[in-house]
Design a protein around this ligand. Structure first.
Ligand SMILES: [Fe+2]
Length: 235
């Protein structure tokens, strides 16, 4: 309360905000959705509407894991655009849904860490002599799945990089998926048709998705869908 006057408190309280603490906004216990929030009571109807033409996975197996790699950084900001403005590269839109293997239903509020190389195959921390500034996360983000388990982000098609002379990694996006009721999944997303897929030692077939090209005015961009199935937490 010290930073805010009683008048501020009362005014914000009237808008559904009970307090402004060090951690940010806290909603009143009796806060109601606004008109534009939609009616969340009919969950089944929302899932049905949102999932068309999207469907549940045909094979109910946990999404395979993959190596974490050396470039993960904790604490990326929550945002749905992975790259900074005007980042070079072909625009790529990825969407998907996180599912529970046990319930065969979408998982709301799973956290997904995303990190990837830029179009030239470099991470923001690839060069140990030039580490990123604290709090600056380039080509990294965290997302939270919505009420229907969906996530979506915009990025650029990641570039290839060389592990050692003559050995290249195919384009890929790293994922770390977490939810309290499920086993944490560390994996990678790959793209069909990449020239380096065949020789890669880490790639797994079910982590490869097709991409579709689309056009918006003069801009050509790619879209793809990557659904994830999480195994329940061990008891
Ligand atoms: Fe990587």
């Amino acid at each position: 309360m010290s930073k805010y006057s009683r008048r501020d408190f009362l005014r914000k309280g009237a808008l559904g905000v009970a307090a402004l603490g060090a951690g940010g906004l806290i909603l009143r216990a009796n806060a109601e959705p606004t008109e534009t929030s939609g009616d969340l009571k009919d969950y089944a109807q929302i899932v049905k509407a949102e999932s068309q033409p999207r469907v549940a996975p045909t094979s109910w197996k946990p999404t395979p894991d993959n190596i974490l790699g050396p470039f993960y950084r904790e604490g990326a900001p929550y945002r749905a655009k992975i790259t900074p403005p005007l980042e070079p590269g072909k625009t790529l839109l990825i969407s998907g849904r996180v599912w529970g293997l046990d319930t065969r239903r979408p998982i709301a509020h799973a956290t997904i860490d995303i990190w990837q190389a830029n179009t030239e195959g470099r991470y923001d921390n690839s060069d140990p002599n030039s580490p990123p500034a604290k709090g600056i996360f380039k080509n990294r983000a965290r997302l939270i799945t919505d009420e229907t388990g969906n996530y979506e982000y915009e990025t650029v098609h990641p570039g290839h990089y060389q592990l050692w002379p003559g050995v290249w990694r195919p384009s890929h996006v790293h994922y770390l998926v977490q939810h309290p009721g499920y086993q944490t999944l560390i994996t990678q997303l790959y793209f069909r048709g990449d020239p380096h897929n065949a020789a890669d030692r880490f790639i797994k077939e079910s982590l490869i998705i097709p991409l579709h090209e689309d056009k918006a005015g003069r801009i050509t961009y790619e879209t793809g869908t990557f659904d994830i199935v999480l195994a329940p937490a061990k008891k």
